[in-house]
Design a protein. Structure first.
Length: 396
């Protein structure tokens, strides 16, 4: 069994704070501070440009991809780290569209808007008659047919935590000749993911949420083994070239998933992520999932028993839910700000959703119970009803 008291000791969480927002930004791993200092002082400071070779900077995208692969059930040498999630989705979608003559991209109305924006932008750029079709999340399977070329879904809905059945939808898509792209932003590090087992074609994700890589941490892209040597790179960056330091004027993509590299890697952020991934050594993902479900059920039961004004927005069935719990509340933003003032950090999503990320690496029953008690007091006594809690910040 995984000892989560040991993983909790690996994080810096300010005294008196209960952090329930790891679904948006993970807390600081203590080892990350040393990693950043080493990258700045010993590597950049002392080695300067020689650190690309001496400190292995040039290999970080591949090294980190290999470390993330087991956390998402991916085969070796199928994951590359770098750039942003939106860029990696753009690459995956462009590669997928190049593999089919069909013109329909299917997604759902609960998808993260940036994913839809990137699809809309690519369609406009290509100008080849593609269309983006969105349906209700529960209607995705019924919408799959032989007109759809690409299925592009985020496995876990960022607002409600609703979870798609990746295995079922991927199998159905494969039977119809549809290429699949999965966004794992709210999956990687939240529960076991099985990309190889389910037969996904592409996947993308970020590392600053449940993987705790820090603000601005790089994204990752997965390319299934059967595609990695010929997938269209879309964004032909110099480090994705077969011979980048020969500096040829014509682009020839590298072999394998290295072809999905674009530009110079963000070295300091990658060193921080490398340190953050150390926390996963010895963590059993099935144990993580069991603990997450137990804590989520505890939170739901406590809120429903003591806070009748809050209404569950997440699926009640834990198998249909990621590692977050969301509630509807008419003054969710004000309630969220009142909680933050007490050191209980959740977050708000428009129009009326209060979200709590459940990360057993650093959250236990005591934190859940304290959050329940605070929410109950604030709602019962209407302590959220103050002007300062209703003024929207730039980041909500």
């Amino acid at each position: 069994m995984t000892d989560f008291s040991k993983t909790r000791a690996g994080f810096y969480i300010p005294e008196g704070m209960i952090y329930l927002d790891g679904n948006s930004l993970g807390p600081l791993p203590i080892a990350a501070k040393q990693a950043a200092a080493r990258a700045l002082e010993q590597e950049w400071g002392e080695m300067l440009i020689t650190a690309w070779n001496r400190a292995g900077w040039i290999d970080l995208p591949r090294k980190l991809g290999d470390r993330i692969a087991p956390l998402i059930g991916a085969e070796p040498k199928t994951v590359q780290v770098g750039d942003t999630l939106s860029l990696k989705l753009y690459q995956a979608l462009g590669a997928a569209l190049a593999m089919t003559d069909r013109k329909v991209i299917l997604s759902d109305q609960g998808n993260f808007p940036s994913d839809l924006y990137m699809a809309q932008g690519l369609i406009q750029t290509m100008d080849q008659g593609h269309v983006l079709r969105t349906v209700a999340p529960e209607a995705v399977e019924a919408a799959l047919d032989d007109r759809v070329g690409v299925l592009m879904l985020t496995e876990v809905d960022y607002r409600t935590g609703r979870r798609h059945d990746m295995a079922r939808l991927t199998e159905r898509a494969r039977d119809l000749g549809i290429i699949t792209i999965w966004d794992l932003a709210h999956s990687a590090g939240a529960f076991p993911v099985h990309l190889a087992q389910t037969g996904a074609d592409f996947a993308v994700g970020c590392s600053y949420k449940y993987l705790n890589g820090g603000p601005g941490a790089p994204a990752f892209i997965y390319v299934a083994p059967q595609h990695r040597d010929h997938a269209h790179t879309v964004l032909n960056g110099w480090l994705g070239h077969a011979t980048p330091f020969a500096f040829p004027l014509e682009y020839t993509p590298a072999t394998g998933v290295d072809r999905m590299r674009i530009g110079t890697p963000a070295v300091v952020q990658m060193q921080i992520l490398d340190a953050a991934l150390d926390i996963w050594n010895g963590v059993n993902l099935e144990d993580l999932r069991s603990a997450s479900v137990a804590l989520s059920e505890r939170l739901i039961a406590g809120i429903e028993a003591s806070c009748p004004d809050l209404r569950l927005a997440s699926p009640r069935d834990a198998t249909m839910r990621g590692s977050q719990v969301s509630f509807h509340f008419g003054e969710a933003y004000a309630l969220c700000q009142a909680l933050i003032a007490r050191g209980i950090i959740g977050d708000f999503r428009a129009p009326d959703i209060l979200r709590f990320g459940i990360a057993p690496l650093y959250i236990g029953e005591a934190e859940i119970d304290a959050a329940i008690a605070a929410i109950a007091q604030i709602t019962q006594d209407r302590l959220w009803d103050r002007p300062e809690w209703k003024t929207r910040n730039a980041v909500t």
